[in-house]
Design a protein around this ligand. Sequence first.
Ligand SMILES: C[S@@+](CC[C@H](N)C(=O)[O-])C[C@H]1O[C@@H](n2cnc3c(N)ncnc32)[C@H](O)[C@@H]1O
Length: 386
Amino acid sequence: MIRALGITIPGLDPFLRDELMELLGREAKRVVPGKLEFPATPEEIIRLNYSSRSGIRFLVLLDRRVLDPIDLNSIKRAALEVDWSLFLSPESTFAVRAERTGFHDFTSVDAAATVGEAVIEHFSSMGSRIRVNLREPDVTIRVYISGNLLLIGLDTTGESLHRRGYRVFEHRTSLNPVIAYSLVRLSRWLDSLGGGARPVLIDPMCGGGTIPIEAALAALGIPPGRWRRRYPIKHIKIFRGISTEAIFTEEDSRREERNLRIICSDVSPKSIGGAMKNAASAGVSSWIEFRVMDAADLKSLGRIDYVATDPPFELRTGRNRRLEDTFRSMASALEEKLEGRFSAICAGPALPKLMRAMGGLRLIFNARILYGGVVARLLAYERRST
Ligand SMILES: C[S@@+](CC[C@H](N)C(=O)[O-])C[C@H]1O[C@@H](n2cnc3c(N)ncnc32)[C@H](O)[C@@H]1O
């Protein structure tokens, strides 16, 4: 077993922690918001890159320590203690990328250069030379500094896992699929499948369809990595000799045939056209019903079992009264017909409007997440009588 670091959007830690338990049966420990440490085998790290819906990156964790003081000297000393030759060979090229939060008297670029120097010194002390390639490295070393905490790891993911690869239509405010999946989880729709009934999941403001698509992929057990299948692990020694294809095939075999009911509706015909294209690209069109519909007409649907949605945040058009009216009509439909849960991500001027409108329902989840520089809320409501 090695130490691994799973990274997600700060605030979605509980979703990644539950997923690690589900996929590996292992407890993970939160190190800082959005970063979880857990033991894993190299095969399991490949598996996570292919099958995780909640993670955006997985690292082989090489060092985690608190430095006091934290400065370039102490970072260099820590990096010199890593036995780099267990993981890298001098024939490979590398780059160090650093991210920093908190107040320090050095920049992220300084920290990256310092760790890079330590790697070069490690190999030269053994009589070999390793080269830096900042543009196309064989191996990327990632350094995260948060206050006094230093984390050093090897990237096994490459391009962030939220770039699933099925999107052919980009909605102007498309939702990160990792958040979309969290909303599906939060709605509890996935937990309700399996019995004889076919509970319906509705996204009444579906835009390019990210939430319904992520819902269908998860319910059918289709790995989100199936459009990528490539991870930058070839040059990391501990992954040598492992057949990634065998792992992918095993993950693909978990697919379940299911009869689902998912409704993807939006007031904009253009969005619905785009959602249909995205769903076709993801191979899940047959499980989703597409409708051009105003969310204010939610009541017209026979059944409202579960709802997961991403309304406009109105960051630029905050004085628009129509949205509050729409939320009120939606809320009245939910008060009457919601069987399971309503989940949503909201921020900006739309957030108080949504929360006011939902006042007749019971708020059962309210968490802050940092999304693209905006502080947003993940909310879940149930009917008061349920
Ligand atoms: C933030 S976007 C959703 C983006 C989507 N989650 C995605 O990943 O592409 C909000 C959507 O709400 C839709 N919308 C706004 N007002 C609406 C209304 N009254 N009824 C239905 N949809 C509405 C907009 O057309 C827009 O597509």
